[in-house]
Design a protein around this ligand. Sequence first.
Ligand code: SAH
Ligand code: SF4
Ligand code: F3S
Length: 470
Amino acid sequence: MHLPDFKEARTRDKRKYNRIDFKIDDSIEKKYLGKKYYVKTYGCQMNEHDTENICALLEALGFSLVYDYNDADLVLLNTCSIRENAHNKAFGMLGRLKHLKSQKKDLLIGLCGCMAQEAKVVDEILNDYKFVNFVFGTHNIYQLPEIIDKAVDTNKQQIEVYSREGDLVEGLPVVRANNYKAYVNIIYGCDKFCTYCIVPYTRGRERSRKKEDILKEVRELVDEGYREVTLLGQNVNAYGKDLYDDYNMGDLLEDVANLGIPRIRFMTSHPWDFTDKMIEVIAKYPNIMPSVHLPVQSGSNRILKLMGRRYTRESYMDLFHKIKDTIPNVAISTDIIVGFPGENEKDFLETLSLVEECKFDNAFTFIFSQREGTPACKLEDNTSLEEKEKRLYKLNEVVNKYFLENNKCLEGKIVKVLVEGVSDKKNMYFGYSDTNKLINFTSDKDIYCGDIVDVEITSAKTWSLDGRIK
Ligand code: SAH
Ligand code: SF4
Ligand code: F3S
């Protein structure tokens, strides 16, 4: 049994990581043939991609996927700690599973992901959720087959959570959720320690994968007919800094672009590490999508400082304009937090004025959520929830206004769309444009998922656009 501890998780050192190749133990391969599993994923793309590895590990054990947890022999929750509501959702689901287990004694229940890294959650599971068969952390995914097998063999609760990252495991199997778009991890963890954020504690130190491993993975995706890759990391711009003296995110983007995959995206960029080279490379290669997610969090320098974001409003704006001026037709999206401890009306108005200036193409807006163990959790907070909700409402009004305004500019224009399927409504197809906008469109031609087609935009809405094929 290994239990998590944030004090240990917070430590960072300069040690080099061993790279180890994953191999499943022959004695348990396909041991559970005929059994069914269900996985529920909360949180970010990183977690979604972890689920793709987890599914493959379960399938290596012999499990097959079902879409209704009532039909499953094993239910796994891949959880997220970023805000309190993500927590609550996972515990709500555990409540439903408790009920199911009371009728189905052999049901195996597991919990993994970022919540598994929190000592408080694990304590709660040890004491109050004894029906949970196993818990494993974000650094223990590769051990999943053994953990499940031991939980079954011993009929005892298994808790395997390393507080700190271990070796870099390559060669984990993967079952991708989509046949055309793929996620590729390039860097794990985060060293930024923004004062509100739990991720550096749940995901460990920044560790880049070797460029050879990344390029090999993308090359295989090209051979398999994938049309789009999203390079993933909590802060992709830090890529390479821990591994190489003279190879960074700009170089990696260029090497990936040269592999010829039609579309490349990357998530997420911290403004701190965004280099000129990256901007040049994005502008130069047509297969790197002109779409940048650049979380700003606040427009107030006082709050940015309290958040530990390492940039000012002015330096963010400089970067913003440099990206806008250099990359043709680029769309910039962002994340914003309102109600950070100590945020007053003036700070909030500065956030609104920054939004007015940037006119973001998309924005994810949140009310600050206290995360135990983070420095911001200890800051005095005198603003009522009601006031914070009002700020969020106001902010959403303003960001939405610009989503629509930006989308309206596309009316009558032709955009390239990667076809993903048929949308629920009106027999339309749907897909995403280069700038990551959701496009619903009609077609009088035969088209297939994975095609990249020209669509003429006929009408713009706040969160999507309608069009017809050209
Ligand atoms: N690594 C990314 C962010 C990942 S988390 C970056 O820094 O750019 C996604 C978003 O969740 C953050 O950008 C932030 O806006 C929000 N977030 C993180 N912690 C939060 C908290 N404690 N309360 C509210 N929102 C939070
Ligand atoms: Fe969290 Fe900041 Fe790291 Fe993003 S950069 S994951 S917000 S600590
Ligand atoms: Fe959530 Fe962990 Fe991602 S906290 S946002 S699942 S890194």
